[in-house]
Design a protein around this ligand. Sequence first.
Ligand code: NAD
Length: 350
Amino acid sequence: EIKDKKVLITGGAGFIGSHVVRRFVENYKDYQIFNLDALTYAGNLENLKDVEEKDNYTFIKGDITNIEFLSALFEIERFDGIIHLAAESHVDRSISEPLAFVKTNVLGTVNLLNLAIKCAKENPDFRFYHVSTDEVYGALGDTGFFTETTPYSPNSPYSASKASSDHFVRAYGETFGLPFVVSNCSNNYGPNHFPEKLIPLFINNIINNKPLPVYGDGNYTRDWLYVIDHARAIDLIFHHGKNGETYNIGGFNEWKNIDLVRLLCGLMDKKLGRKVGESEELITYVKDRPGHDLRYAIDASKINKELGWKPTVTFEEGLEITIDWYFDNQNWLDHVTSGDYKDYYKKQYQ
Ligand code: NAD
């Protein structure tokens, strides 16, 4: 391992990125951690208040679609590794604004790859790590799991853009010999999650007695993983994953959406001192999302066997921590939900 290793983490002001940045800054004191983020509506430096003063941490505001800016940055700093999380990440937004997803997720990734191949030429230990999603595999029926060899079959503009960037990463490995790893993870939840996503949206709405918009019949199924378990997997893969490999990451924790909403309502009734079933009255079925995938489920046995990873936080524990976090951080919520997000929310659900 190189001392003073310079690691560039993109999207570090976002939900998952902030947990990855924190983990690396705290666990690898001899690394220099650079967080590159454009601070879109989804990025928030409040997510990293506790690390901003650390000696081994530097924040860089910048857009990965801006090649002049990126090239200048790579002239100044010689990175030994890149963990790439910056992306447009919300499926509903990808339906109303697909080009923004092509721009950041495809073009932005290719910009980084072009600079990464130069880093790899100078440093044989260099590695490009692309953080991706299980949504690239499309939808499952009632049975079966996604494995690392499941063919790609993305159904939303979001997953198509992520699938495309995964393919570019692989192609740069084949064509230019870029050392890379990719991971495809299921749905994350936990502190710092932007409130347009299901779990924080519903916690927030239950607190404020607002309707809980459930798509379609509520029967679509997702696997949920506590975000800090994902950050731990990313750490393991970055350090010990094999070049050229893909790792699936999942929580072994499948929930039908409507059951998840009922579980949340029950926990929130307790937390708020409401009578049993009170929050459930807020459930409102809304028109299904077009191209909505019925079920995602991950077979995470490869990362378990090769790297010894498995989730450590149960869903009940993780949800309780998450609920408490949203209660304790109403200021954070008020900040991130002001301005643009209010307009977006209105358009989406009203
Ligand atoms: P997020 O939307 O919370 O964060 C994305 C971050 O990227 C934000 O801080 C944003 O400011 C930044 N960003 C966006 N466009 C940028 C640009 N052009 N240049 C620089 N920075 C830019 O997303 P997240 O949920 O933390 O997801 C992070 C990554 O993990 C994404 O690549 C996503 O596809 C992937 N992923 C997410 C999940 C999940 O459940 N959230 C699951 C699997 C994989």
